[in-house]
Design a protein around this ligand. Structure first.
Ligand code: BES
Ligand code: MN
Ligand code: ZN
Length: 505
């Protein structure tokens, strides 16, 4: 990860390989954002005209490099586009700054040291902007190179270190913002690593081991139920989904006891399907290409708990990982089989590819036994979520308006995109089974909502619950943008850490 530091040296005098400044679009012309004055002066006030001559427009994410030929301590200036310049009385929003910082660092991969004035683009040294720059740099510097061997040299690691120019680099609050951003970015990057790891190297037992290593190492109590314990406990959903695989399922409980003893914990439940072939209801080959990412919810739970423990957030949180590999085989569940779930409800499995809700239901019922303050589940649950919201937003459903609003608010502050979705009661009857308590598939139209309604059946009465369907944004199938790489993105770790930190007060 790119190392972050603070400096109060004017940007033109900072020893670095590149100086990152912000530019923006004002009507048809380019403007240099505040913070680059010292560099502009060193360049005889020709920064704007030179960048214009080089074709820079200020478009979001655009990177323009310019050699300073000795005019500044560093040999190059890198202008990154912030998009449209704010109008009078308006500000560059934090997410635009976060993305610009990420885009610059991502495109500077292989550079040893950069320095930047991006925390000053609003001209007031706001700590929110500093947080955005710090996160953007750290996240944009991500590279997953574990599996590169012969091609390693062609795929350079991210930027080594970044110095952020601020008014007072020694100020305690200022330092704290950067330290916190570094931990959050590290959590996101660990989440990306888990999601990007091929399923052959990340079976349910490996996911459990990652939780033990990371969260256990940070001071959480971690408990792993293996296939025998799951059978003894009656976890029919997790066992049913896992029964076709050579690698057995796991249920993991991770506890961060940062709050008052005895005060009810928030429970996070993550879908941990380490590979989703669809089972006997087999997916077509192209739909399987990124199904190693079907444990993105569980990865976000592991790394959120790690961040909460590392930051000593004063709140009680319990994380659950419902993990199995969904494989077709002679021992796999068949369409029409009936599973008895944890807690006793029966489910007719009409489509073995609707497996996420089966493992999640068991874990939600188990979490519900602990009198939780709230349950939030995170799952790459439906392709329908992508149809409804595209690939960059996750859907937020649930039974409690206040809880949903808290999560939507936290996502906005953290710079992650999501949208509230309903759970229309009239869709529930499409889940009726001819022979069991409920079927695992319902109306195809509104598939994200029927999946949510299925989960709702397993939430104990009176417990505030939210369901995040992150099938779209947990994985970036398109090109990298801003601070978001291809592949695993780490969504929704930043939302969860932000939400739980603000709940802790
Ligand atoms: N893991 C998939 C959902 C998914 C699809 C995530 C695409 C990311 C990208 C889930 O287990 C699944 O297969 N859902 C089915 C449900 C259907 C059979 C009711 C789906 O969405 O097609
Ligand atoms: Mn599936
Ligand atoms: Zn799945």
């Amino acid at each position: 990860m790119t190392r972050l530091s603070l400096t109060s040296t004017p940007l033109n005098q900072v020893a670095a390989d590149a100086l990152v400044i912000g530019v923006a679009r004002k009507g048809r012309s380019l403007v240099v954002a505040p913070g680059a004055e010292a560099v502009d002066k060193a360049l005889k006030k020709r920064l704007e005209s030179t960048l214009h001559a080089l074709g820079a427009t200020g478009r979001a994410g655009e990177v323009t490099r310019l050699a300073t030929l000795g005019a500044t301590e560093a040999p190059a200036v890198v202008a990154v586009g912030l998009g449209d310049a704010p109008g009078r009385g308006e500000r560059y929003d934090a997410e635009a700054i976060r993305r610009a910082a990420g885009a610059a660092v991502r495109q500077l991969a292989g550079t040893r040291r950069v320095a930047t004035s991006l925390a000053a683009v609003n001209g007031d040294g706001s700590l929110e902007d500093l947080r955005a720059v710090s996160e953007g740099i750290a996240l944009g510097g991500y590279a997953f190179r574990t599996y590169r061997v012969a091609s390693k040299a062609d795929h350079r690691a991210g930027v080594g270190s970044a110095a952020i120019v601020v008014k007072d680099a020694k100020d305690k609050d200022t330092k704290a913002v950067v330290d916190r951003a570094a931990v959050i970015a590290e959590a996101v990057e660990r989440c990306r690593d888990l999601v990007n790891t091929p399923a052959a190297d990340l079976h349910p037992a490996d996911l459990a081991a990652a939780a033990v290593e990371l969260c256990g190492g940070a001071g959480c109590a971690v408990e792993v139920l293996d296939e025998k314990a799951l059978a003894n406990g009656g976890f029919g959903g997790i066992l049913g989904v896992g029964q076709g695989a050579a690698h057995p399922p796991r249920l993991v409980r991770i506890e961060h006891a940062g709050g008052r003893a005895g005060s009810p914990a928030v429970h996070l439940v993550g879908k941990g399907i380490t590979f989703d072939t669809g089972g006997l209801s087999l997916k077509p080959a192209t739909a399987m290409e990124w199904m190693k990412a079907d444990m993105g919810g569980a990865a976000s739970v592991i790394t959120t708990l790690w961040a909460l423990a590392t930051l000593n957030v004063p709140i009680n949180v319990v994380g659950w990982l419902a993990s199995a590999e969904n494989m077709p085989s002679g021992t796999a569940i068949r369409p029409s089989d009936v599973l008895t779930m944890y807690g006793g409800k029966t489910v007719e499995v009409l489509n073995t590819d609707a497996e996420g809700r089966l493992v999640m239901a068991d874990a939600i019922v188990r979490a519900g036994e602990e009198k939780p303050a709230a349950i939030v589940d995170i799952a790459t649950l439906t392709g329908a979520a992508l149809v409804a919201l595209g690939s960059r937003l996750y859907g937020v459903m649930g039974n409690d308006e206040d809880l949903s609003q808290e999560i939507l608010g936290a996502a906005g502050r953290a710079g992650e995109q999501c949208w509230p979705m309903p759970l229309p009661e009239e869709l529930r009857k499409s889940l009726d089974s001819d022979i069991a308590d409920i079927s695992n598939i319902g109306d195809r139209n509104g598939g994200m909502l029927t999946a949510g309604l299925f989960l709702k059946e397993f939430v104990p009465g009176g417990v505030p619950w939210a369901h995040l369907d992150v099938a779209g944004p947990a994985w970036n199938e398109g090109d990298a943008f801003g601070y978001t790489p291809k592949g695993g993105t780490g969504v929704p770790v930043r939302t969860l850490v932000e939400w739980l930190s603000s709940r802790a007060g």
